[in-house]
Ligand binder design. Structure first.
Ligand code: FAD
Length: 458
């Protein structure tokens, strides 16, 4: 077989995990190919983290114009220009696509364009061309699920939200997860009237109950109409608008309906059966702690394994695989204390366990909660409040959960995550000097635990 069809590692998907694995493996001297069917950089760069954060910045300006008055800047908010935001985002994303390409080319990775399908544990078909490799890495990510109601095809997914042809004056968001909440906040901030329909009785399942409840109140104050315990029954087109009929017969008019009810692994049509790769109930690839699938030469990382769907986790998993195949084999990923942020308005960020999880895992816990209006808002006129919460395991005094709702929560919690991974106790927090005046200093000055509640049973 010709040399350019034989590789040490063949990576399927040039998203977060795939690009990282391809580059590092090539830098270790392996002969590597990566195949991508869409744009380089995958979900995060093209329709995820990056455009989402850029739009979140855009949305924050609306508040900034209003808040400026209290600080002596009586500016009138200018009209928002959706076309300009879309165009500038597209330029930046294209730049990032090129950076990814340069990174791969620079590392001497063979880049292929097309749709890949496994033929066996060592062979891949890319649009009719066949390749062989000692190891295959599947890093094909996931896709948004569609809305399973009559007229569900009229709804769009988060993929479409960044490039909507017209800015939606009225947006209905279906879902209570982090992507739904972020989109609701962003489009509300940009000026849309937003209604968020949530089937369950709370936002952000999996996050701390108290923190999620606090966020719902704050999002509501900013004008997101959150309707808990509400199901969409059907969607209809009526001229230029959409009509959303709810389970109780109520109807909502919308220009755009966003379905953000979850994501599924991209495993269909990949030929995984032919390669002997076993899938779980949700169609995700099952892997062991080395990210090896049931086919010994096939590995999988990132969203396609449906474990922790975050870019830094896909990157870290990719590094473990490369180390396993071409390095020392000693690198492992510890899934405890993975910090994450929700870029709602205000932001939410968290690391460690929720209060309920901590009680189950550690028994007795103490919680410390502080709610306040930040210094900035004493003049801004905003009623936004900040929440900080610590969860401390009684037996060890270790801080096992740290949660925040407030401005730049992600920036703050990232730093605390290091301390928590290092095993910081409440005594260490208490002995740390705060930076004054900041919101974060509250994390090291909370002294009185919340009076113990009954254990939370879920
Ligand atoms: P992806 O990045 O999705 O890459 C998979 C690639 O494989 C894609 O480019 C795809 O085209 C390609 N592919 C699929 N099938 C084939 C095939 N058969 N042949 C060739 N190529 C194929 N994470 C965070 O950490 N922070 C955030 O703020 C954040 N925000 C998000 C916001 C949104 C709206 C979304 C949708 C996701 C967000 N995420 C965020 C999650 C993050 O984007 C993913 O966890 C991450 O991109 C997963 O990386 P991956 O390598 O597993 O897959």
């Amino acid at each position: 077989m010709a040399d350019d069809t034989e590789f040490d590692l063949f990576v399927i998907g040039a998203g977060s995990g795939g690009v990282r694995a391809a580059r590092l493996a090539a830098q270790q001297g392996a002969k590597v190919a990566v195949v991508e069917t869409g744009k380089l950089g995958g979900t995060c760069v093209n329709v995820g983290c990056i455009p989402k954060k850029l739009y979140s910045y855009a949305a924050h300006y609306a508040e900034a114009f209003e808040e400026a008055h209290g600080f002596g800047w009586p500016v009138q908010a200018p009209a928002f220009d959706w076309e300009r935001l879309k165009a500038n985002r597209a330029i930046e994303i294209s730049r990032l696509n090129e950076v990814y390409e340069a990174v791969l080319v620079g590392a001497r990775v063979t880049m292929l364009r097309g749709r890949a399908r496994l033929i066996s544990g060592h062979e891949v078909d890319v649009d009719g061309q066949r390749f062989r490799a000692r190891h295959l890495l599947v890093a094909t990510g996931g896709h948004p699920v569609t809305l399973e109601v009559p007229g569900g095809e009229l709804a769009v997914s988060s993929d479409a939200m960044f490039d909507l042809p017209r800015f939606p004056a009225r947006l209905v968001v279906i879902g209570g997860g982090y992507i739904a909440c972020e989109m609701a906040s962003i489009f509300r901030g940009l000026g849309a009237q937003v209604t968020q329909l949530v089937r369950g009785d709370r936002l952000l399942r999996g996050f701390d109950d108290e923190v999620a409840g606090f966020l719902a109140v704050e999002m509501g104050k900013k004008g997101v109409d959150i309707r808990l315990g509400t199901r969409l029954q059907r969607l209809d087109r009526d001229g230029g608008r959409l009509l959303a009929t709810l389970h109780d017969g109520h109807r909502l008019e919308a220009d755009v309906v966003l379905c953000a009810t979850g994501r599924r692994a991209n495993t269909r049509g990949l030929g995984l059966d032919d390669a002997g790769v076993a899938l779980g109930d949700r169609g995700e690839i099952l892997v062991d702690e080395d990210y090896r699938t049931s086919a010994p030469s096939v590995f999988a990382v990132g969203d396609v394994t449906d474990r922790v769907q975050l870019t830094p986790v896909a990157l870290a998993e990719a590094m473990v695989v490369v180390d396993r195949l071409f390095g020392t084999g000693e690198r492992r990923l510890d899934y405890d204390f993975i910090p994450s942020a929700v870029f709602t308005h205000p932001n939410l960020a968290t690391v460690g366990w929720t209060e309920a999880e901590a009680r189950e895992r550690f028994g007795a816990v103490r919680t410390f909660v502080s709610q306040f209006r930040s210094l900035k808002h004493t003049l801004s006129g905003s009623t936004e409040r900040t929440l900080l919460k610590l969860v401390v395991a009684d037996a060890s005094d270790r801080v096992v959960g740290l949660h925040m709702v407030g401005a730049e929560a992600g920036e703050m919690v990232q730093g605390f995550a290091v301390a928590m991974r290092a095993g910081a106790t409440k005594a260490v927090f208490d002995s740390t000097i705060g930076i004054h005046p900041t919101a974060a200093e509250e994390f090291v000055t909370m002294r009185e635990p919340v009076v113990q509640k009954q254990p939370i049973h879920r």
